[in-house]
Design a protein around this ligand. Sequence first.
Ligand SMILES: C[S@@+](CC[C@H](N)C(=O)[O-])C[C@H]1O[C@@H](n2cnc3c(N)ncnc32)[C@H](O)[C@@H]1O
Length: 222
Amino acid sequence: MNPDQADATGPTDPSAPTGWPAGFFDRADPTDDADFYGAPRFVTHIDEGAITAVRDLYDELGVGGDVLDLMSSWVSHLRRAPERLTVLGLNAAELAANPMADERVVHDLNADPTLPFADASYDAALCCVSIDYLVDPVAVLAETARVLRPGAPVVITFSNRCFPTKAVHAWLDTDDAGRCALVADHLARSGGFAPARVERRTPSGRYRGDPLYAVVATRLEG
Ligand SMILES: C[S@@+](CC[C@H](N)C(=O)[O-])C[C@H]1O[C@@H](n2cnc3c(N)ncnc32)[C@H](O)[C@@H]1O
């Protein structure tokens, strides 16, 4: 799969992994995530070009209504506040500083992938530059499907930067195309989404900024 092309991909993608080797979701630092994220980081983790690409994508998809920003911080990269924004992450001070948030939930998804929300209670779920830190992404995405309304999108965006000691080996041991395939495969395995669309949202070729990739899928009906 070439993530530079806006082609659909999914479980039949030949480059998608079919089995997980031992240690696939291990990390160099397996200690409590709450400790690593205990001190607030009022920074942005991607450059302005990549952030603009995230904002443009959210606008294009019409993200609004009841929105859940998973693995969130002080910024959700939305141009306009939705009707209701729930932010879930690990650092209470970062979440408190998120100016658009209506509800703030400190919850460790690696300790418990269950989302503390009702079935079919959101119109969109977002996860920006964070999916690589999940040790059971399929369980979290199955939960994400549960809390989304039918037809609602899950929007997973990422670049080529991370906290390497906290990212899973599956993420570190491949390239950008492999990461796109991995996320599409996680969505397919979660069982709750239509085949994902994979896109590179920043220019390719000689582009010098942070690349921004998006994997988007919609919640299946019923
Ligand atoms: C690289 S930051 C990205 C923050 C934000 N999404 C953004 O776009 O700037 C990673 C975020 O993931 C959250 N996070 C990391 N591990 C987590 C976990 N186990 N459970 C819930 N959130 C987690 C942290 O609180 C942190 O804010």
